[in-house]
Design a protein around this ligand. Structure first.
Ligand code: GTP
Ligand code: MG
Length: 372
């Protein structure tokens, strides 16, 4: 058969099979050296190991519809929207601590109950302006989003622990930001620690092409202690300045669309998805389609666990009401009619089934080798 196995792909990429098996495991798939890979898996693996696959563009009527909706934008309806800031960096360098500190300082007492709740997406008010933050605990979801072409972030804050230095996931974060073409702000963290050496971080980041302003480059480095809060106001100030230069806008006055940040199956509530609204306004009762899943938004909750009735551009919300769990990075669209939503989802499901039926002959090893 033409199907590509883990072992064959490993050879092609000059990797050890165990690295691919480990990656698939982290993505939630058990595999062996003989497991046949789907095209999507191949894409994700190549993305993960920074190998580009040049794939033909598949024309799909739904996608065309989505794209049309995206370009036919009435300029006069565009209004400012909050920036979406993704916090990235190596394990344990302090991403979540930084976000907690930002939230504690900028969420008012009464609203503070939801802090332990983890949805990975938060909105805070800074100087009367809203800012949306995305935490990236693991990089798998982010890698998956990139593989599906989901662009959600306007700015990346890369956290680097000053007592540890630039590590593999720091480098990955730089690659992600560069690939997305978004500005980077570097937060040199843990400066309260005895072994902290911010100069070393600046020179190691420069080696990756991220040169500090004070050395003649164009990236702002701020020194912070996420734990103590030192330097955090300056970091946020910088981040707002970078956001201002982008003049971020969206049309809130149309059907909502955006991206799934994360999703899971909840025993009591069924499929639960955290969505980032990027365009339009999502309202309770709206009919939405996400990949092959669809449903009516039964309930929307914000990052503080409070029920809300509508969500404007850049707002992260948790929704229930979908018929199945969507994937992180999937695009969602809302439609005026439930019937239409069900039809589109059904149509996609049919096509997916058909594709899976033909998938063993979809891409040969030679084809793939040519494309890499
Ligand atoms: P992952 O989500 O696992 O990738 O880690 P993370 O980047 O979110 O790191 P996290 O915020 O969980 O912090 C890891 C450890 O570093 C925790 O024990 C924090 O208390 C500690 N830490 C974070 N920031 C600072 C800091 O500024 N100073 C000191 N001394 N410790 C810090
Ligand atoms: Mg974390």
């Amino acid at each position: 058969s033409d199907a590509i196995t883990v072992g064959q792909l490993a050879q092609l990429l000059h990797k050890n099979s165990s690295e691919i098996i480990k990656f698939l495991f982290m993505m939630g798939n058990m595999s062996t050296i003989n497991t046949v890979l789907s095209d999507e898996d191949i894409e994700l693996i190549c993305m993960n190991f920074n190998v580009e696959v040049h794939k033909e563009v598949v024309v799909d009527e739904d996608d065309i519809e989505e794209q049309l909706q995206n370009v036919e934008e009435d300029e006069s309806k565009l209004v400012s929207r909050p920036p979406v800031v993704t916090i990235m960096g190596h394990v344990d360098h302090g991403k979540t601590t930084l976000l907690d500190t930002i939230r504690k300082a900028n969420v008012t007492e009464g609203e503070f109950g939801g802090i332990t709740q983890h949805i990975g997406a938060y909105q805070v008010s800074l100087k009367g302006r809203k800012v949306t933050f995305l935490d990236t605990p693991g990089h798998e979801a982010f890698t998956a989003m990139r593989a599906r072409g989901a662009e959600v972030t306007d700015i990346v804050i890369i956290v680097v622990a000053a007592d540890d230095g630039v590590m593999p996931q720091t480098k990955e974060a730089v690659d992600h930001a560069k690939a997305a073409g978004v500005p980077i702000v570097v937060a040199v963290n843990k400066i309260d620690k005895p072994g902290a050496n911010p100069d070393r971080i600046m020179s190691e980041m420069s080696e990756l092409g991220i040169m500090p302003e004070e050395w003649g480059g164009d990236t702002i480095f701020t020194q912070v202690s996420a734990k103590k809060g030192t330097g955090v106001p300056e970091l946020l100030e910088t981040m707002l300045l970078v956001a201002d230069m982008q003049e971020l806008k969206a049309n809130p006055d149309t059907n909502a669309s955006g991206t799934v940040i994360e999703a899971k199956l909840d025993k009591g509530r069924g499929p639960v998805a955290t969505l980032l609204v990027q365009r339009g306004t999502l309202q309770t009762g709206d009919s939405v389609v996400v990949g092959t899943s669809y449903g009516r938004v039964r309930k929307m909750t914000n990052d503080r666990g409070m029920e809300i009735k509508h969500a404007e551009p850049s707002c992260p919300v948790e929704i229930i009401g979908l018929n199945e769990v969507p994937r992180a990075g999937d695009v969602f669209m809302s439609y005026d009619s439930y019937k239409k939503a069900a039809e589109i989802a059904g149509h996609r499901l049919d096509k997916q089934i058909e594709k899976e039926r033909n998938s063993s002959s979809a891409m040969s090893l030679e084809d793939l080798a040519k494309k890499i």
